[in-house]
Design a protein around this ligand. Structure first.
Ligand code: NIG
Ligand code: FE
Length: 481
């Protein structure tokens, strides 16, 4: 926990009809030896005997590219020692146990025959929304396109209409089970966008919801302002006025209230063109925002090149990126965030050319793009399966892209994304013997336990096959951030 601020007590709701879930019980550390020489601070938790501990450690302080996308830093029979919310030792089990100060209060988790990974960093999500849009899902199955549905008043506009009618509290309550599901699938940090408000008041409301969720939920949320997600209905004949509102009112107000780190835009044919995107993103940059773009998703408009020109931290989607776009992004150090869940959810045949990007040396990251329109999934393991099967990424590349590289895509690589001393104790224990099983065994949850900021959360199935639900239970009863 950071600081000593009063904790917000938050009890995870259990599955329907089962009440609140319990915290995961620890086993006591049996080999505690009080006479052991004190070599470093006492540890609160040790995870030991892991069959494979994937540390993702590296001396390189930049996103992984090319062959380094397969560097997992595997330790067999590995252990991680944790003090409070931080990692204090990583290595072979024997080495770690020799190094640290075990006390009677130290808890131990035996990860024998299990794999341990850093928590996933889901670097592109839209988790705050009101209505679901399953009717559009069916319309697409019957042959309508995403753009046709949007043009007839569905799509983002339908989410805007519904979100505007909800209070902050209602939106918080709707988002909590989604975050619970993310945590249960091994995600410990997310980027979270606004973009369904599209008025000054409703965009601020969304960002305040994200801020509150960050306080009350174990997952860390990194906020992004996405006022340029669509032209709202009331400005449909006056798009210039809406762009003016974004530039002159929304961006300065969001900056003044420090409600977002990043500014994003839907740069797409029929939404915001290249000129408009440049104008909006330049204004955001001048107010201190780091930039992200939804780029080249449905057409080859050139958002990837604009991302390079403006020095964006990432360009996301990239289904239709061309060679020049990849080259320019590489030259400017823009990370390609690939969102195969959106391709799958929209039933697209085109996936981003991940192999070409990797061969050309572009750093790539993976995320869910969780949203009610194009990618209704909170599951990062599902994204890994899609990345492997539909984009031909190897399991190792997919893991690097969804941990350390996605941490870089949200500018948090010094805190999360790998299991290294000094970083947050955000770890996932998997009920598998080889990390390759995670994308291979698709559509199921193989998480045994999630450790977030040093607190242990049970899996969705309790590890004993008893529980089938979203994760719940907090060893600390809540958190203050
Ligand atoms: O990333 N492409 C734009 N935004 C979302 C979809 C939003 C929606 O349909 O509600 C995406 O796919
Ligand atoms: Fe998106």
């Amino acid at each position: 926990m950071e600081g000593t601020a009063a904790r917000v007590v938050y009890n995870f709701p259990g599955p329907p009809g089962q009440g609140t879930l319990r915290a995961q019980p620890y086993s006591a550390f049996s080999s505690a030896d009080p006479s052991k020489e004190v070599k470093m601070e006492s540890i609160s938790l040790v995870i030991q005997n892991a069959r494979q501990l994937l540390t993702l450690r590296s001396d390189q302080k930049c996103p992984r590219t090319g062959e380094h996308l397969e560097d997992l830093g595997i330790i067999e029979d590995g252990a991680v020692a944790i003090s409070g919310s931080k990692i204090v030792a990583v290595g072979k089990t024997k080495e770690v146990l020799d190094q640290v100060n075990i006390t009677k209060k130290t808890k131990a988790i035996d990860a024998k025959d299990k794999v341990v990974l850093p928590g996933f960093v889901d670097c592109h999500t839209h988790p705050v929304f009101a209505n679901t849009r399953e009717d559009e899902f069916e319309m697409r199955i019957k042959g309508k396109t995403y753009q046709e549905i949007a043009a007839s008043g569905g799509g983002i506009k339908s989410s805007v209409k519904n979100l505007r009618s909800k209070s902050k509290e209602e939106l918080i309550q709707l988002a909590i089970p989604r975050l619970d599901r993310m945590l249960s699938y091994g995600t410990t940090t997310i980027e979270a966008k606004s973009g369904y408000g599209l008025s000054l008041e409703d965009e601020i409301k969304m960002l305040e919801v994200i801020k509150e969720l960050n306080k009350i939920h174990p997952i860390d949320l990194i906020p992004t302002f996405l006022g340029a997600h669509e032209i709202p209905e009331e400005y449909k004949n006056n798009r210039k006025e809406y762009i003016k509102l974004i530039i002159e009112k929304m961006i300065p107000e969001v900056a003044k209230r420090k409600l977002a780190i990043f500014c994003d835009i839907f740069c797409e044919k029929g939404v915001f063109d290249i000129e408009e995107s440049r104008e909006i993103l330049m204004a955001a940059k001048n107010h201190g925002f780091k930039l992200k773009l939804h780029a080249d998703q449905l057409s080859a408009l050139g958002g990837s090149k604009l991302a390079a020109e403006l020095g964006a931290i990432s360009a996301d989607h990239l289904e239709f990126v061309d060679d020049e776009g990849i080259e320019k992004m590489k030259e400017s150090g823009v990370i390609g965030v690939l969102l195969p869940g959106a391709c799958f959810g929209l039933g697209m045949r085109e996936y981003p050319p991940a192999r070409k990007m990797i061969e050309k040396g572009l750093p790539v990251a993976l995320a869910t793009d969780f949203n009610p329109g194009s990618s209704m999934t909170e599951s990062m393991p599902m994204i890994l399966s899609l990345a492997c099967l539909m984009m031909r990424m190897t399991p190792a590349e997919a893991i690097v892209a969804s941990t350390i590289n996605s941490a870089y895509a949200v500018d948090k690589a010094s805190d999360v994304g790998s299991t290294e001393v000094g970083k947050k104790a955000d770890l996932v224990i998997w009920n598998v013997q080889n990390y390759k099983e995670i994308p291979y065994h698709f559509g199921v949850n193989l998480v045994d336990r999630v450790i977030k900021d040093g607190t242990v959360f049970p899996s969705s199935h309790g590890g004993e096959g008893k529980r089938v639900s979203a994760v719940g239970g907090s060893a600390s009863g809540g958190r203050g951030k």
